[in-house]
Design a protein. Structure first.
Length: 319
């Protein structure tokens, strides 16, 4: 699985991200509108889905090179504005998914029986370990001045079962749309199988991302989920991805399943053993219908291919 899928798993309840949170709300519905793509549908020169995906695979290094990679370990640092801390003796906690990130925003605050404090971490690190055909483990740790132990968020997928464990929220097993998205994002060679994973994929039109012209492809892989991919018309590389789906907030048993949206922009690709992988990316996430949004930036410091990865790492912990 490419680092891109690992990223989406970290940032989704599924993404990332799945799964990456612990950030302060910085915006509202208007920010979603401003940062979205203005797609120009029906252009006469639009390519086929196969043309876009074939160019993407070649841009990454080619099918043969991608197939030779069967495991990946990625380490890096996260530029994270704040970590959630609760006063009055409550345990420090870090949001382990986009759903949990809502704890910083409109859902959790009215239910709190104490005050929420936002504390800037001294350092936040992220490690991702992936193994073919479809196993993934992520771990994020934030050190903060007021706690001796780091705030930790971990999650995994063993090919069938997905789970998340985070400080303060405990252990949760994924189900329904969370699990379905996790399965898609954990496909190690998904870059080679995009038409299989998203059989209804179609070219939506042209747009621009930070001034770069892109082809936008769209899929509805589940009744309540959509995915959009933006590939550079020049390089063929994926530069932007948006996911929208329903999820269950960690630590809460609500009747309603909030609809969330995550967006990733891949800022920089590095050549690692003849394969291009995103080494720097920016993420924004929040309620799909508007409300607080959350941002973070990841910068890889180490990416290794075909290293030994213990299968036990992906299994759900006992507690």
């Amino acid at each position: 699985m490419k680092l891109r899928q690992q990223i989406m798993t970290v940032t989704s309840a599924a993404l990332i991200l799945s799964w990456l949170g612990c950030v302060i709300p910085i915006g509202n519905k208007s920010l979603w509108n401003q940062s979205g793509l203005s797609v120009q549908p029906g252009a006469a020169d639009l390519p086929t889905v196969d043309h876009v995906l074939d160019k993407y695979v070649e841009a990454l290094g080619g099918r043969a090179a991608l197939q030779k990679v069967t495991s990946r370990v990625t380490k890096g640092v996260v530029e994270l504005p704040y970590v959630v801390a609760k006063k009055e003796g409550w345990q420090l906690e870090a949001a382990a998914s986009i759903a949990a990130t809502f704890a910083v925003g409109p859902f959790f605050a009215p239910r709190a029986q104490g005050n929420i404090r936002l504390e800037k971490p001294l350092e936040t690190t992220l490690e991702l370990q992936a193994k073919a055909p479809n196993k993934l483990f992520t771990s994020m740790e934030s050190r903060i001045a007021s706690a001796q132990e780091p705030v930790v968020s971990r999650n995994g997928f063993n090919g069938k079962l997905g789970w998340t464990r985070s400080s303060g929220f405990g252990l949760r097993e994924e189900s329904d749309e969370d699990l379905a998205k996790r399965k898609r994002d954990s496909d190690f060679h998904r870059d080679l199988r995009l038409k299989e994973v998203y059989p209804d994929l179609k070219v939506e039109g042209k747009a621009k991302v930070s001034g770069e012209e892109v082809y936008v492809l769209r899929s509805s892989p589940s009744p309540n989920g959509t995915e959009r991919f933006a590939f550079s018309t020049q390089t063929g590389l994926l530069v932007w991805q948006e996911s929208e789906y329903e999820t269950i907030p960690i630590g809460f048993n609500w009747g309603a399943r909030p609809r969330v949206r995550t967006r990733m922009q891949f800022i920089d690709y590095h050549n690692v053993g003849g394969i291009k992988v995103p080494a720097c990316w920016h993420s924004i996430a929040g309620p799909a219908n508007g409300g607080p949004t959350f941002e973070l930036t990841f910068k890889a410091t180490e990416i290794k291919h075909n290293v030994p990865v213990d299968d036990a790492l992906f299994e759900k912990p006992t507690k």
